[in-house]
Design a protein around this ligand. Structure first.
Ligand code: DSN
Length: 480
């Protein structure tokens, strides 16, 4: 069998030489990025490390091919190989998730959500409206028809989780297109527990009667009961759309099953492919057969030419995720989050919802006298990469915040287990305990500047290095 590590090393060494022959600074930045990722504790909950096979698949001439349309039905000639790639990626996705239909063209999560929104509108609003107007398809519409249809489409309602309680920008947040194209309202979490309150959500849905109920999150450290979500959607006649971008890996790895698996319950499911799923950077829509024809119109409705090189990498990543080892990985991601949360709590850190049962831990750092911004910067100085995040009803708003979001997918890929994550908790706490809020130039309290006690960053970096050396990133990858 080929020595994959040796092949990977030589592939990247040679690729970097080729790149350096044109723009050496890009080759250098690429080397530096690897060194930085290797040398820091990556705790950003939405990041991971894709395999060399996935990364290499993105660097090919598929990037040069246009292929608007769908498999076997393209607007450009010469798409036979793109057809192979797209069909395979979709097949792997359907098998991996047990979905009726998969659309692998979206370039990102927001693209996937836009495809889903417009598909739902086309299916639920445009279709019946065309029938009523006696028109076969949108090409038959007059200017007056269009005006009336636009009014109809623009009057639809969407109910999604609010940003400060863990929802995503694309779930109806006002400044996002989703908050402008729909009449939107947001549901939150229980102010005492921080947990989703399904009764309150149902009451809001009954009152608001949304066409689209969006479930899913990017900063909620708990599982969601999608069977309950579907009951609520059905009661009010809404389409249930689940954005599983964050936890797709836990669904693929069968950590979330039954009521926690969105696929059997939602009409339409969207995801990114690069977070816990550990694939290339991109998006995807899964749907029931009923919604498939309108999702298939993602291009030209929302998207331009698909990124064929990324669709190829999706196929490779999904093939990896269908291997038994991925289930072990996904379970470890969830177990490690438990260790991290317990380690933080036992050292006196407040966690939103008092813990986790997915891959996310959300720290409320206000008890340390810090904003999220100060904590994020101090942690970075000590080689711990996180992101600041709002906590529910955040007194510091969405820019400075009071929270730090951390997640386990990336370091679990490196092989970190229970003891290492307990140690990571210790290092985080050491930084937070030794950081003080700074002042502005005028001497007033600052929400951004901070002072990390001398020597702490080095001590934490040394302790991290011991663990990182034990679990090297891309162990066999040795750049010449
Ligand atoms: N940027 C992603 C995250 O960090 O959760 C969501 O878009």
């Amino acid at each position: 069998m080929a020595d994959i590590d040796a092949l990977t090393s030589s592939a990247y060494s040679q690729a970097l030489e080729v790149i350096a022959s044109v723009e050496p600074r890009i080759a250098e930045a690429t080397r530096q990025e690897l060194a930085d990722q290797r040398g820091s504790l990556k705790l950003i909950a939405s990041e991971n490390y894709a395999s060399p096979a996935v990364l290499l698949t993105m660097g090919t001439w598929f990037s040069d091919k246009y292929a608007e349309g769908t498999v076997g039905h393209r607007f450009y000639a010469g798409c036979q190989n793109v057809d192979t790639v797209e069909a395979l990626a979709a097949e792997h996705a359907r098998e991996l998730f047990g979905a009726e239909y998969a659309y692998v063209q979206p370039h990102s999560g927001i693209d996937a959500n836009l495809v889903a929104f417009w598909s739902i509108l086309a299916h639920r609003v445009e279709g019946p409206w065309l029938e009523k107007a006696g028109k076969k398809n949108v090409n038959d519409l007059t200017d007056d028809d269009w005006e009336a249809l636009r009014r109809e489409l623009g009057n639809q309602r969407l109910l999604g989780m609010s940003l400060d309680t863990g929802g995503h920008l694309t779930h109806g947040f006002r400044p996002n297109i989703s908050g402008k194209m729909f009449h939107q309202q947001q549901y939150g979490t229980d102010p005492e527990t921080g947990l989703l309150d399904y009764d309150a959500l149902a009451a809001k849905a009954r009152e608001f009667k949304p066409l689209v109920l969006v479930a899913g999150y990017s900063a909620y450290p708990r599982r969601v009961n999608f069977a309950k979500m579907r009951e609520i959607a059905d009661e009010v006649g809404a389409t249930l759309m689940v954005d599983m971008a964050h936890f797709a890996g836990l669904v693929a790895g069968k950590v979330f099953t039954g009521d926690e698996d969105p696929i059997p319950h939602a009409h339409v499911v969207t995801t990114t492919t690069h977070k816990s799923l550990r694939g290339p950077r991109g998006g995807m829509v899964l749907a029931t057969e009923e919604y498939a024809p309108s999702v298939d119109r993602g291009c030209p409705m929302v998207l331009g030419g698909p990124l064929s090189h990324v669709m190829a990498a999706k196929a490779v990543a999904f093939a990896e995720a269908r291997q038994p080892a991925f289930r072990t990985y996904a379970q470890q991601v969830a177990d490690n989050a438990q260790s991290l949360a317990a380690g933080l709590q036992s050292r006196g850190t407040n966690l939103v919802t008092d813990g986790t049962d997915n891959h996310i831990v959300l720290l409320d750092v206000s008890s340390y006298g810090l904003t999220g911004r100060q904590a994020e910067s101090a942690l970075l100085e000590a080689g711990i990469v996180t992101n600041r995040n709002s906590v529910p009803a955040d007194a510091n708003g969405a820019w400075y915040t009071s929270g730090i979001r951390v997640g386990t997918p990336a370091l679990t890929t490196r092989g970190f287990g229970h003891d290492e994550f307990d140690n990571v908790a210790e290092l985080i706490v050491q930084v937070l305990q030794n950081t003080e809020a700074g002042t502005t130039k005028a001497g007033t309290p600052s929400k951004a500047s901070f002072v990390l006690a001398e020597g702490v960053a080095d001590k934490v970096k040394d302790a991290s290095a011991e663990m990182l050396d034990k679990h090297p990133l891309y162990p066999g990858l040795d750049l010449a």
